[in-house]
Design a binder for this molecule. Structure first.
Ligand code: UD1
Ligand code: UDP
Length: 384
């Protein structure tokens, strides 16, 4: 009998980074299953970087990205290609991570073909479908039909239970923590070597922040630089031209601002470690920074990751100029406030999420491979 085929769909920087540990783990079991990686190509350079970091060569690349693509562009181009692939190739399960359009379309394509779908990082929720946009819709939509929900935390599992979802629900930890641990010691990059002072790291790309909110964020970052002459700002610029334009406009001429191309993942992790303070609207960075004890000011009105805020390592500041300047100034001037936010602890997982997910996927396919003692009661656990 042919081995069951697992189709993993990736397409952007974050869904690739967080799927990578699962793909690697499944590939260790190639004697019992076949793991196919499909890249939608929603991102181009940033996708290539992430794949390379983890030595993953996709079996297929749809290369859908176009400059200035709309959500409908990504959805329609990806859906038709993925549907064709699933029509021509048998698959026993489709897996995708998170809340990108790639993830949504992977789920939808599997649903249309009535192939079971496994959702990695399930159950993250904000109170409003409009924020983050369109991610909140994407993850809620695939939650409706997923056969397996891999919730990173007990809170995210509770969100699903409130929606009546209990079948196939497991708390596994977040695979992003597996990824960050894997690369943490790998990079030889030297960041701000010739700068003796503190580094503030900035990343911003969310659709809700495009335009005026972005500008307020960049101006607030400039105000912090001016108020604290020992600081250097490093902005790792997303590839989206709309985001870059405003950063260049507001910060490009500042002598202590470096606007850089997005570093490859391992180098970026090293940069997070070099940073004293992180300003970000990224989901993944919010989860990773606490692993290194770096305080995070979250440039968003709402977060689907309340665990970091509850643990005191992250603070929601929105895109409001005054709030960012006030909160940033406090952390840069008050050692007690800084110490309170800089405990190195991760509420997001223990680095073994991918192992748990591999075990659960194989068990779903009828293969009972190496259960191991993964369900330590003090750690993320199975509710199945
Ligand atoms: C996407 C995801 C978002 C995720 C983010 C991570 C959706 C709807 N959005 O947003 O959830 O947080 O990725 O970064 O799925 N571009 C390049 N090269 C690249 C990548 C992007 O040039 O490698 C430019 C292109 O002009 C592209 C634009 O950025 O059209 C926007 O890319 P898109 O994937 O639509 O949105 P993101 O903001 O990256
Ligand atoms: N990241 C990276 N290089 C960068 C910025 C981010 O490798 O210049 C990594 C980061 O460590 C995290 C992921 O990319 O793992 C987050 O991606 P992004 O912020 O684009 O998306 P989000 O997590 O908000 O969906």
């Amino acid at each position: 009998m042919a081995k069951p085929r697992i189709v993993c769909v990736v397409g952007t920087r974050p869904d690739t980074i967080k799927s990578a540990p699962v793909i690697q783990e499944l590939r260790r079991y190639q004697h019992v299953c076949e793991t196919v990686v499909i890249a939608t190509g929603q991102h181009r350079e940033m996708l290539a970087q992430a794949l390379e970091t983890f030595d993953i060569v996709p079996n297929v690349d749809f290369a859908v990205m176009t400059p200035g693509q709309t959500l409908a562009d990504i959805t329609t181009r990806t859906l038709s290609q993925l549907d064709r692939y699933l029509a021509e190739h048998e698959a026993q399960i489709v897996l995708a991570q998170g809340d990108t359009t790639t993830t949504f379309v992977a789920g939808l394509a599997a649903f249309y073909r009535q192939i079971p779908f496994g959702h990695i990082e399930a159950g993250l929720r904000t109170p409003t479908i409009w924020s983050p946009f369109p991610e909140e819709f994407n993850r809620r939509a695939v939650g409706m039909f997923a056969a397996l929900h891999f919730a990173p935390t007990t809170e995210s599992a509770d969100n699903l239970r409130k929606e009546g979802i209990t079948a196939g629900l497991h708390v596994t930890g977040n695979t992003g923590i597996d990824a960050v641990r894997q690369v943490a010691e790998r990079s030889t990059a030297q960041w701000a070597d010739d700068h003796p002072g503190r580094v503030i790291l900035l990343t911003t790309h969310r659709r809700e922040n495009w335009g005026a909110p972005q500008r307020a964020i960049a101006r607030a970052a400039r105000a912090l630089l001016d108020a604290f002459p020992d600081t250097l700002l490093i902005a790792a610029m997303h590839r989206n031209p709309a985001v870059r334009e405003i950063l260049r406009d507001e910060l490009g001429a500042h002598p202590r601002a470096q606007l850089i191309e997005p570093p490859e993942y391992a180098d970026f992790v090293k940069l997070m470690q070099r940073a004293h303070l992180i300003l970000t609207d990224s989901g993944g960075v919010q989860e990773e920074a606490p692993a290194f004890g770096r305080p995070v000011l979250v440039l968003r009105e709402t977060t689907e990751r309340p665990e970091g805020v509850d643990a005191g390592v992250a603070k929601l500041v929105g895109a409001d100029y005054d709030t960012i300047v006030r909160s940033g100034s406090e952390l840069l001037s008050d050692p007690t406030a800084y110490a309170a936010m800089s405990q190195a602890q991760s509420p997001y997982g223990d680095g073994r999420a991918a192992q748990r997910i591999r075990y659960l996927v194989l068990r779903f396919l009828g293969i009972d491979a190496e259960p191991e003692a993964m369900w330590d009661s003090s750690k993320p656990s199975s509710t199945a």
